[in-house]
Design a protein around this ligand. Structure first.
Ligand code: SAM
Length: 261
C-alpha cells in the first residue's frame, strides 16, 4: 500500500539524514584536528581543569554537540572518585553526579549519545542529553554548580541572553567558563594568523571537507566576535564576579571565566 511505501521511505530518509550527519560530525572532528593541529583537545582539557569537577556536581555543558566536554568532565570526576574509593566523604556522591549536555541540534546530540555508547557510557545515568536553546534554557534557577560552553557562543543570535541564562541556572558559587576562538594582538604573530585564517583555513576547508564557504564564514565570524576585554565586560554585565580570561596560543583562543557570587 502507499502507506507502507511511505513508511519505508521515511525510514530510509531518516537513515540517510543520520548518515549525512555522522559524516558531518566526523568531518567536523577531522577539521578541528587539522585546523588546530590537534590543539583543540588540549584547549578542552584546559577548560575542564579550570572547572575543577567534583563527585556529585551538577554540570551543564551548553552547545555540547558531540559530548567532547562532557566526557572530559565525567572522566575527571571518575578519576577523583576512583582515587578516593575509601574516602567516606565522597562515597556515594557519584550517584548524585549529573552532567547535562544541551544542544539545539538533535542530530549532534544523537552523535554524542552514540559516542557515549562506544565509550561504554551508554548506560551511565550521570550523562543526560537535552535538546535546547542556550538563549532560553529549560533548567531551574540556581540548579548548576558549573556551566561550560566551548566554541558555541560565537554563533548564537544574542550573546547577552546566553550569558543571562548561564547566570540564572548557576548556583551561588557556581562557575561560568567559556572557550572560544578569539583575537590575536601580538605583532608578527598577528600577520601570520591573518594569513592562516584568510588563506589557509578556507583552502583546508575545501581540501578536507569539500566546503570552502563554511570555513570562510567561520573565519569571518571569529572577526565579528567581541575581543577578550569586550567579552569580559559583557560577562560582568550579566552579573558575574571575578571575571578573568586566559589567552591560549596568543589569543587564538581564550577561556573566559566568571563566578556567580
Ligand atoms: N562544544 C562542542 C565542541 O567544542 O566540539 C561543539 C561546538 S560546535 C562548533 C557548536 C555547537 O553549538 C553545535 O553543536 C550547534 O548545534 C550548537 N548550537 C548552536 N546554536 C546553539 C544554541 N542557540 N543553543 C544551543 N546550542 C547551539
Amino acid at each position: 500500500t502507499s502507506f507502507g511505501f511511505k513508511e519505508v521511505r521515511e525510514e530510509e530518509k531518516s537513515k540517510l539524514v543520520g548518515n549525512v550527519f555522522s559524516s558531518v560530525a566526523s568531518n567536523y572532528d577531522l577539521m578541528n584536528d587539522v585546523m588546530s593541529a590537534g590543539l583543540h583537545r588540549l584547549w578542552k582539557d584546559r577548560l575542564v581543569s579550570k572547572l575543577n569537577p567534583f563527585p556529585g556536581m551538577k554540570h551543564l555543558d551548553v552547545a555540547g554537540g558531540t559530548g567532547d566536554i562532557a566526557f572530559r568532565v565525567l572522566g575527571s570526576i571518575n578519576s577523583i572518585s576512583r582515587g578516593a574509593m575509601q574516602d567516606v566523604v565522597t562515597e556515594g556522591l557519584d550517584d548524585e553526579t549529573r552532567i547535562y549536555v544541551c544542544d539545539i541540534n538533535p542530530n549532534m546530540l544523537n552523535v554524542g549519545k552514540k559516542r557515549a555508547a562506544e565509550r561504554g557510557l551508554g548506560e551511565d545515568h550521570s550523562l543526560l542529553w537535552v535538546e535546547g536553546d542556550a538563549e532560553a534554557l529549560s533548567f531551574d534557577d540556581s540548579s548548576m554548580d558549573g556551566y561550560t560552553i566551548a566554541f558555541g557562543i560565537r554563533n548564537v543570535t544574542h550573546i547577552e541572553k546566553v550569558l543571562a541564562e548561564a547566570y540564572r541556572v548557576l548556583k551561588r558559587g557556581g562557575r561560568f567558563l567559556c572557550l572560544e576562538l578569539s583575537h590575536v594582538d601580538i605583532p608578527g604573530f598577528k600577520q601570520f594568523y591573518d594569513y592562516y585564517s584568510f588563506s589557509v583555513i578556507p583552502a583546508l576547508g575545501e581540501l578536507v571537507a569539500g566546503d570552502r564557504q563554511s570555513y570562510q564564514y567561520l573565519v569571518e565570524s571569529i572577526r565579528r566576535f567581541p575581543n577578550q576585554e569586550t567579552f569580559a565586560g559583557m560577562i560582568s554585565n550579566a552579573g558575574f564576579q571575578k571575571v578573568e580570561y586566559e589567552n591560549l596560543v596568543g589569543g587564538v583562543v581564550a577561556i573566559h571565566s566568571g563566578l556567580k557570587l
